[in-house]
Design a protein around this ligand. Sequence first.
Ligand code: NDP
Length: 523
Amino acid sequence: MVATPFTLEVLPSIDPATGKVCGSFERTSPLLAPKFLLKAREVQSAWARVPLKERCARIGLLKHKILEAKDSLVDAIVRESGKPRIEAKFADIFVALDTADYFSKRGPALLQPERIPHHNTAAKMKSGALFYEPLGVVAIISSWNYPLAIPLSQIIPAVAAGNAVLCKTSDFTPECGSLIAKLFREAGFPEGLVTLLQGSGDVGQALIDARPDKVFFTGSVFTGRQVAEACARQLIPSVLELGGKDAMVVLSDADLDVTSSGAVWGSYTNCGQVCLSVERLFVESSISEEFTRLCMEKTQKLRLGPGNNPQSEIGPLIRPQHVQRMKELIADAVQCGAKVLCGGRPRPDLGPCFFEPTVITGVDSSMRLFHEETFGPVLAIQVVRDAEEAICLANDSEFALAASVWTRDVSRGRAIAQRLRAGTVMVNDLISGFAIAEAPHGGRGASGWGRTHGRAGLLEMVHLKYVDVDRLPGMEKPWWYRYGGELEKAADAFLRFEFAGGIAARLQNAREALRTVFRDHGF
Ligand code: NDP
């Protein structure tokens, strides 16, 4: 990268397409984390009292601010993450707007208190309800690959639910971080409700040490483990959105033209730096040759270049060390017997971080490419005998984020989806589940725990409170002491009444059971 001097107090904003520093942003001192947290607590207690409808209306205003600022947001996303402008619009801007749209409209209904009907006769004398209370101050620590979509799809439901947010965006995307802060200021959210912290891992660590009420982390397995440990030490709950090694299963009846386009886009969009990108493709042998040929042809037509050039279809990787990693993963695969059909090389003529989109076949489980998250523009194809073998190999991973199945037989696709170990399975599409506001996002195993997005993600942002009101307040409960043989007999009758099969057996015990309840009331 170009050696531009900058002090330790500022974060450089670097364009990965050129390696040039395009600006600098103030670095947050980790020492300030406790102060920000205190301020956030103060502001949050007032924000939680703002009626839910008003909070959601404010999110509607944020949506307008995002739309107004669309072009400058896209400029910053492209400059700092390197992706083509269209990807910034379809992914980052769309997800940000749609999240705001969804929670501004649906938030009030999603967080309405809920009656809890009771199935048990004894509990019918009580009226239960569920309330959704804010957690307090939540910490959101995000990655750089979708520098607007990822933080905003978490900050928006957090504030809708009545929380304050301290968010640390990645040090690769400080301009995007500062623009997020600006959006919330301009939409009129109270000062201190959403605070952006700029910095590296030390700031993230300090944020957790300041004891927020929950931590939402998006990033690598390596850092996720450190975050989980730091949270566990303080008994802070966490949601971890970590890496993926998503499988794409191509069955012999798939539409090969559409499916190969899906495979190519799913492997290279955002230069493959997507937690949900196709990392392992399993194709049935009867169609593998034709399918691979189509993938290769389509890959070779792709235009590599800086994201701000409207003709570019694939931008750079984020930093030169990621180029080095691609080289190493491909070299390892080739050494173990895989074959590079096209691409596979860095392109220093274009810039320090460009790497050709690569189709590689003959991949198998002996290779690093099969197990480690690639996070780069590599379409790794493995030919399988049949769907059974594909399912077995797809599930042979410590990751379990998402997967896709491609077939003309939709009911077979649905059946296979049930057998794939993943948080999301798409049939005849991929990645776009992330942009469906109602769809929960998250994985298991090394892909993390908990959910973001949709109602499931919203419920991670609240404390569930159950409130129960007794319908017979003037009556003591039969189990409040005065234990003895008579009560025990009544208890047996009650258990039979409640749980014995058949109406006759239940009725037989009903009188005795009711005596248990109303023993002081002359029954
Ligand atoms: P990292 O794990 O390197 O960083 C994620 C965030 O954590 C950054 O803001 C980083 O700061 C911060 N951080 C680093 N160290 C610590 C620490 N000790 N305590 C607290 N925070 C810390 O991930 P990347 O940013 O490189 O993102 C790529 C990874 O994210 C991939 O594995 C990808 O699969 C995953 N990801 C998962 C998604 C999902 O939804 N499941 C979505 C998107 C990406 P900084 O980098 O500024 O130093």
